[in-house]
Write a protein that binds this ligand. Sequence first.
Ligand SMILES: Cc1cc2nc3c(=O)[nH]c(=O)nc-3n(C[C@H](O)[C@H](O)[C@H](O)COP(=O)(O)O)c2cc1C
Length: 181
Amino acid sequence: MTGIEPEDPLALHPVDGEEGSVGGIDAARFRSVLGHFATGVTVVTTANAVGTPAGLSVNSFTSVSLDPPLVAFCVARASTTWPRIRALGSFCVNILSQDQEDLSRVFATRGADKFRGVGWRPAESGAPVLAGALGWLDCTVEAEHEAGDHVIVVGRVRDTGVEHEEGPLVFYRGGYGRFQP
Ligand SMILES: Cc1cc2nc3c(=O)[nH]c(=O)nc-3n(C[C@H](O)[C@H](O)[C@H](O)COP(=O)(O)O)c2cc1C
């Protein structure tokens, strides 16, 4: 991987009162250790026919089940996008390419005009498929599980697509990089 700029991984998810020791575990160390787990980056979007689309950057995405086809991600309870997804009951997971670091940063900025200048088309659910994403999964909300300051959202996959093959955006220790086999 290249271009990794170690930053403070504590800046990732906005959670109140996370300084010091939480449940006997040092919060800073906890986040630092988790930051050593490299992930891809997705943008989870939602929209209906009317109204503005919404979305946020997510690296807690994972596959769950092949039969039935299920995926999941964890969303902070403080997220402003989550209530929109919950109300609509559907979302689209966009897997970012190595050239979409800027998109990841914008969709991680609360209050930003996130879709300004961003090309997209609606998936079957109406949720945005972002131009340039490597692939996407259009989902309906199958289940939600309270998990501390986050919610584990399980989605049933309704449609999928692979758009490009040029390589994923990688997130590691608070910085972005590329995958090099
Ligand atoms: C690489 C990266 C991964 C992230 N992963 C998650 C995640 O899995 N879950 C989450 O709730 N927030 C995650 N965030 C933070 C949200 O994207 C950020 O808090 C965003 O502003 C939330 O937007 P909203 O409040 O408009 O929904 C991530 C941020 C970055 C940069």
